[in-house]
Design a binder for this molecule. Structure first.
Ligand code: URA
Length: 193
């Protein structure tokens, strides 16, 4: 097993015991993340839903089917990226994550980023986009509707550059299948950076 995979596995084991916020009382599984931590490509959604909570795998329901379509439209598979969420446990009734929950989970996401050292981060939806715009201090206003498909570049130091891409959440195409071409186009931008 390579170093990054081992580090992610150790962190996953730690997160499985996490009781830092109230969501731990309701969860069936911690949905930590899945994919290739050496790919340099990180996709970050919002929070696990029902299917994800039952199986412990990110994006394994209907939104996940759309994500697979988007990945394959740019010649990628799940093994070519690492997929996670801003928070690792399902909020009741799939409500939006609360600030306190995002803060409690920050340590895990930041450790994932530290291990993976992504060159590209795809923000799936508005919560993820807000997290990364704030994290990298991008002084950008606007909603996901105006920002989707845009690339933000951050040069942390002379060795590292990270590009952040605003993407619609795949669930958008579950509720409005006519939007799939817009999502595919944004993915083309993401895959091309
Ligand atoms: N929606 C998300 O944001 N993440 C998942 O893992 C599933 C649905």
């Amino acid at each position: 097993m390579d170093k990054k995979t081992l580090e992610i596995e150790n962190l996953t084991a730690e997160a499985k015991e996490c009781r830092k916020c109230g969501l731990s009382k309701f969860r069936n599984n911690v949905v930590f993340g899945k994919g290739n931590p050496s790919s340099g490509i990180l996709l970050v959604g919002e929070a696990p839903g029902y299917n994800e909570d039952m199986r412990g795998i990110p994006f394994c329901g209907k939104a996940g089917d759309v994500l697979d379509i988007l990945l394959s439209s740019v010649g990628m598979k799940r093994e070519d990226v690492y997929i996670t969420n801003i928070i690792k446990c399902r909020p009741p009734q799939n409500r939006d994550p609360e600030p306190v929950e995002i803060e409690s989970c920050r340590e895990y996401l930041e450790k994932q980023i530290d291990i993976i050292k992504p060159r590209a981060i795809g923000c799936l939806g508005r919560h993820s986009l807000r997290y990364f715009l704030d994290r990298f201090s991008f002084n950008v206003r606007g909603s996901i509707t105006t920002l989707h498909g845009k690339v933000f570049e951050h040069s942390g130091d002379i060795f590292s550059r990270t590009k952040v891409v605003a993407l619609y959440h795949p669930a958008v195409a579950v509720y409005d299948p006519g939007k799939i071409d817009v999502l595919k186009n944004d993915f083309r931008i993401f895959a091309g950076i």
